[in-house]
Design a protein around this ligand. Sequence first.
Ligand code: CTP
Length: 419
Amino acid sequence: MLGVCGGIAAYKAVEVCRRLVDAGAFVSPVMTRGATRFVGPATFSALASERVRTSLWEEAEPIPHTFLGRNADLIVVAPATARLIGAYAAGISSDLMTATLLATRAPVLLCPAMHTEMWEHPAVVDNMATLRRRGVHVVGPGTGRLAGGDTGAGRLAEPEEIVAAAAAVLAAGGAGAGASLEGVTAVVTAGGTREPLDPVRFLGNRSSGKQGYAVAAELARRGATVTLVSASALAVPPGVKVVEVETAAQMDQAVSARSGADVIVMAAAVADFRPTAVAPTKIKRSNGVPEVALEPTPDILAGVAARRRPGQVIVGFAAETVSSAEHPGAGREELARVARDKLAAKGVDLLVANDVAAPGVGFTYDTNEVLIVDAAGARVDVPLATKEEVARAVVDAIALRLAGRHTTTATNPDTKENR
Ligand code: CTP
């Protein structure tokens, strides 16, 4: 279902509709009354495979919202206005679109568009945080020229981004979920590296390695041939070959020796700096406070990305600290911004980011809350879940890229409802 709300960006929903149909989707458009003031229903009728609905009361089915809600594999709302976001967050069903959103169990992808002042209003910020916490997926808004001629945040995501995000959501929780990876080779790194200072001490970090192990286990479960380059000592997942390493240099060597793999997942927390020299004997307290000079370690991920061959899927991880008690909702957007920057800087296909300052997230916990961004602009928000569930979402995103499904196009002339 494609929900269209009343905002000037409704004209862009026409392009979203066309691209979804081209990609092989059966599209049922639902327009709010406001939307029909911007675009005529006839425009969507001409493009969509299913008929256009504009009212809870004038439809052939007696309860159109449950019909639509049950039949949808995915609901995309583009543009999603402040009113729709508020009603959805509050659980208010005042029209066909809000009633369907409450009646469905399908994943929902919201594509907000509004003026910057509205997008930044505390009510909208809180409502978005509530919806994200409930697992609603969000793409955009972008920053750019808005309807009044001014510039700022609130611009509807581009149609190609919306379609890519829709494909990613379906892959993570629906149609593409659990895709087989038979015949695929993968290298996964896990754990925190240790950089020795002397024979008994090292510089390390808090990474447990659990998330990397869960990704390796999930890849193997799907049939991939997996080598886990590990700097931690957890139980080896079934069918996974482990290469144990300790330092960033050893991890670099182990990964470089296998850098032809179809998939490379750098889940390890690699030390960015190491002592320039390792003391040959234990540094003695009685000799006074030592001065430790540091030097950078090789950036393993950037290295494999720079030497990549076509068709390879390279995945980076980023543990960030963006959360603050005052702005819990804004933290997620900041995390997304940092993730996109890191994805571009490292030249990778997918970047999995988490905010380790948030409760229950990341190091030492058995749970994690991540967002996955890809080079095509799509974003999947995985709400707080076990590391195994997060691994499934990550591997679904990998499978989607391996299959090149985000670029699939096919025409789909007949309708689903008429079958
Ligand atoms: N990584 C790597 N080699 C390093 C450091 C990091 O391969 N020497 C990989 C990690 O495994 C992870 C990704 O790079 O997949 C991001 O690591 P991060 O430390 O967040 O990146 P940095 O480039 O160090 O960025 P920052 O400036 O935020 O520390």
